[in-house]
Ligand binder design. Structure first.
Ligand code: URP
Ligand code: ZN
Ligand code: ZN
Ligand code: ZN
Length: 498
């Protein structure tokens, strides 16, 4: 019989989304067994002194693309390197996107992602699935994915014309299907037609560099699509999750829809909260290109602070990274034409520190936990298994030193990519211990991980946090016909004379 693994975290401040309290945390094997003050240290337990430290649920990154084949190349962070880097930054779970090619089976793509990721992940993970085309077969496969395969979120693209983009009627059909199967509809909200026209215009004007990437798709292109997606989702009473909210304009659309009572969630990402789009005008091509992602970072330097304010106020709900990393030689596929620069940036390792550093003005420690972990667990139906320090929750924990600092650099990060968009940023707030599934996987700057340590997290449909309101609305706001006496008067009949 193997001994159970026992970890005792002593004397830290346990921070959940709703309150903080000085407590001990006792972990046995993969679960939190007890949380409370002055617990007895069980025999054989490894003790971690957390005095003056915060003990928080491990971060959940809602948006990654590990080893994604995209725009003629493949993202360099694979599921092993990417999840290792996540753990070094205090993130203990990622949600990655299965993206089937247009016309191809969603189920086959899902199986292929599972086959790759299961063997490599160092932390727990789950999968969203993209709907890149529409047919009865896609509709059927969505149902199987939700009922049997642990997928309760589907991403629809309103951009990448001719590749992944759906028409409005297809968005309508896929949102309606999400609603029927208890899933959350996610959108990449940008008007793909306008981007395509805008890009042609920029190139015809001789603008071929990374600045053209932002100029061909200004904020209103994102805001218009965001509003359109919200309108379509509302027409079928389907919950909507807007991935990578990058602009003030789009964030305002999400925020005012929430105030009108729509069931919509907005996800800003570490890049949009920690830096801005002024880099696209940098004189060094490789510097400017490293920031290229879609939707683009915005040149208005007040954008990150604005998005952070909305995140602090619950106008925006969760944070991801859109981690999709291409090294400079891959970005160089677009050296003469910005439309060919592979879209994507880093973030999986630095998200927690960047949000702590930049959000300290607007947020307290509890809101920090809500936006980096708990809200994601609730929306995607993993709560309180994930996103909470409590008895019976998974032992995914980060011991956080709010006073310690570190400087972000590509020279020291654990990711495979050869730059870091946060290069030189000094961050207060550092993970000193990360625990994944009850195992210390990162401690004082050292990783101790093994591929396959993480597990796939099966997510059931009809998350209460999301669907309770949806059901309520269905019950109280069904359109009804007016009961009338039938019309009995004359009806004009018209005969064509031809
Ligand atoms: O630039 C990005 N966002 N790359 C990944 C694909 C996507 O749209 O999320
Ligand atoms: Zn996207
Ligand atoms: Zn993405
Ligand atoms: Zn006639």
């Amino acid at each position: 019989m193997t001994q159970p693994s026992r970890i005792f975290i002593k004397g830290g401040k346990v921070v959940n989304e709703d309150y903080s309290v000085i407590s001990d945390v006792y972990i046995e094997n993969e679960k939190i067994v007890e949380v409370g003050p002055c617990l007895q240290i069980p025999a054989g337990a490894r003790v971690i002194d957390a005095t003056d430290k915060l003990v928080m649920p491990g971060g959940i990154d809602t948006h990654t693309h590990m080893e994604l084949a995209f725009m003629g190349t493949k993202a360099v962070d694979d599921f092993y390197i990417g999840t290792k880097a996540a753990l070094a930054g205090g993130t203990t779970m990622i949600l990655d996107f299965v993206i089937p090619q247009k016309g191809k089976s969603l189920l086959a793509a899902y199986e292929s992602w599972r086959n790759t990721a299961d063997l490599k992940v160092c932390c727990d993970y789950s999968l969203h699935v993209a709907v890149t085309w529409w047919s009865e077969e896609v509709k059927r496969e969505m149902e199987i994915l939700a009922a049997e395969k642990g997928v309760n979120s589907f991403k629809m693209f309103m951009a990448y014309k001719g590749v992944f983009m759906l028409q409005d009627s297809e968005l309508y059909a896929s949102f309606a299907q999400c609603k029927d199967i208890g899933a959350i509809a996610q959108v990449h909200a940008e008007n793909g037609d306008l981007i395509s026209e805008g890009a042609k215009k920029m190139l015809s004007m001789g603008i071929t560099g990374p600045e053209g990437h932002e100029m061909c798709r200004p904020e209103e292109v994102e805001a218009e699509a965001t509003q359109r997606a919200i309108t379509i989702a509302h027409s079928v009473n389907c919950p909507l999750y807007v991935v990578h909210v990058m602009s003030k304009s789009a964030a305002k659309v999400v925020s005012s829809a929430r105030r009108e009572g729509r069931v919509v969630f907005g996800e800003p990402i570490a890049a949009g909260l920690g830096t801005d789009g002024t880099h696209y005008w940098n004189k060094k091509w490789e510097h400017a290109a490293s920031f290229v992602m879609g939707p683009p970072l915005r040149p208005d330097p007040s954008t990150p602070g604005y998005l952070m304010d909305l995140l602090a106020n619950d106008d925006l709900s969760v944070t991801g990274t859109d981690n999709c990393t291409f090294s400079i030689c891959q970005k160089a596929l677009g050296k003469d034409d910005f439309t060919k620069i592979p879209n994507g940036v880093n973030g999986v390792e630095d998200r927690m520190s960047v949000i702590w550093e930049k959000g300290v003005w607007q947020m307290d420690e509890n809101r920090f936990v809500a936006v980096t972990s708990t809200n994601a667990a609730k929306i995607f139906n993993m709560y309180p298994q994930k996103g909470r320090i409590a008895r019976n929750s998974d032992a995914d924990v980060v011991v956080w030193d709010p006073k310690m600092t570190r400087k972000i650099s590509a020279k020291t990060h654990h990711q495979a990519v050869d730059y870091n968009i946060f290069e030189g940023m000094e961050c207060h707030g550092v993970p000193i211990v990360t625990i994944s599934r009850g195992k210390v996987v990162y401690e004082n700057g050292k990783l101790n991980v093994s591929p396959g340590h993480g597990s796939f997290i099966h997510r059931l449909p009809f998350s209460e946090f999301v669907y309770k309101r949806i059901r309520q609305r269905d019950e109280v706001s069904q359109p009804t016909a007016v009961i009338r006496e039938p019309y009995k008067g004359e009806v004009l009949l018209w005969h064509c004379e031809c």
